[in-house]
Design a protein around this ligand. Structure first.
Ligand code: AMP
Ligand code: MG
Length: 350
């Protein structure tokens, strides 16, 4: 398949891009586009054949449901038969923005995009390109992250081109994603709201708006093993570069010593090594590739850098990578959640 690759110019010529992309979506094709979280791979959410193409382009397991992207709050009533006070409060506070809510689905939402569940995931993105595309095409856009399933989510147009060129109809490129980790997911379909995936909107912010919010045990600390997550997608191998990633957790001096000894050990065996760390520690490590995720005091900066850093490990053909544990006061919880998955839960405590 020949993929049309277009770059947003932020001028009047962009209207051609939106026209083409809208036409493709209305005809049941696939268009990747930027959002404030990560780049998404979109199809008409109510067209079963179109969303089936998302699963095959990504190699995504069919029981892993898709998030439906909307551009106005009225769409909530069309997609869900359970628009309650909580949903309206969340929409009022956090939309448009990086929050996905899970509600009972309306009959018009096909089972194939909800993985057979009776609930649907809905988000209103704030990115102007995403928003205009939803409005102009007139369709609700089902869109998971625009990466090959299991790989780090794309935060630049180049990442999407790398994974999806030749597999989808069109890629719309714009600047790098401003947030860099996927949306916060909260399930409000039951008695008590449950956080299913941490993101830029924190659990504290959700509690300020909703009162009691529980955390799905499967994501608690990101460390739980053998617990089945309620968001089906959270159970799969995720965000994995080819390199074997290990997190080293503990006091800074011990972490530095442990990482450097592991690096030396692997180098001696002829492997290429990488380290992910904060700016403050950048000079401490002797790996072949040391990636600076930004200052310890800037969790949002770490979130923006994380997926690009994981992809760089592959570009540089790193065999073994070691990461410091990052602070998780706010969006850092989302960073650690993704990192723990990228590491396949391999954590060394020193
Ligand atoms: P992605 O689109 O790649 O960010 O993945 C979407 C995430 O939302 C996956 O982890 C899904 O399992 C989760 N999700 C989507 N719909 C539902 C739903 N109805 N109930 C629970 N989790 C959902
Ligand atoms: Mg994804």
């Amino acid at each position: 398949m020949k993929t049309i690759i277009s770059r947003i110019q932020h001028n009047s010529e962009d209207s051609i891009v939106y026209e083409k992309a809208s036409q493709i979506l209305k005809e049941g094709g696939l268009v990747a586009f930027p959002t404030e979280t990560v780049y998404g791979l979109g199809a008409d959410a109510l067209d079963e054949a179109a969303s089936a193409k998302i699963y095959s382009a990504k190699g995504r397991p069919s029981d892993n449901p898709l998030i439906v992207h909307i551009a106005d709050t009225d769409a909530l009533y069309d997609l869900s038969c359970q628009v309650n006070e909580r949903a309206l409060k969340l929409a009022d506070k956090f939309w448009p923005g990086p929050l996905t809510m899970i509600l009972k689905k309306s009959p018009k939402v096909p089972d194939s995009i909800t993985g057979g569940l009776d609930t649907v995931a809905i988000r209103m993105p704030s990115h102007p390109v995403a928003s205009r595309l939803i409005k102009e095409s007139g369709v609700y856009i089902a869109a998971p992250s625009a990466n090959i399933s299991g790989k780090p989510s794309p935060t630049t147009g180049e990442h999407v081109i790398h994974d999806m060129d030749g597999r989808i109809d069109m890629i719309i490129c714009d600047d790098a994603s401003k947030i860099g980790v996927e949306s916060t997911i909260v399930d409000i379909s039951g008695q008590v709201p449950i956080l299913l995936r941490p993101g830029f909107i924190t659990i504290e912010q959700l509690r300020e708006t909703l009162g009691q919010v529980e955390i799905d045990p499967a994501i608690q600390n990101g460390l739980a093993k053998g617990v089945v997550p309620r968001a089906p997608g959270m159970k799969y191998k995720h965000y994995s570069p080819n390199a074997e990633v290990t997190i080293v957790s503990g006091q800074p001096a011990q972490v530095e010593e442990k990482i450097n000894s592991l690096v030396l050990e692997k180098k001696a065996l002829g492997f290429k090594t990488g380290v992910l760390c904060n700016t403050e520690d950048f000079d401490k490590y002797s790996a072949d590739l040391v990636i600076d995720l930004g200052s310890k005091t800037d969790e949002a900066g770490e979130a923006r850098q994380l997926f690009a850093a994981l992809r760089r490990l592959d570009q540089e053909e790193i065999d073994f990578a070691y990461s410091e544990e990052f602070t998780s006061h706010d969006v850092g919880a989302a960073v650690m959640n993704r990192l723990v998955k990228a590491a396949g839960h391999k954590i060394i405590h020193v």
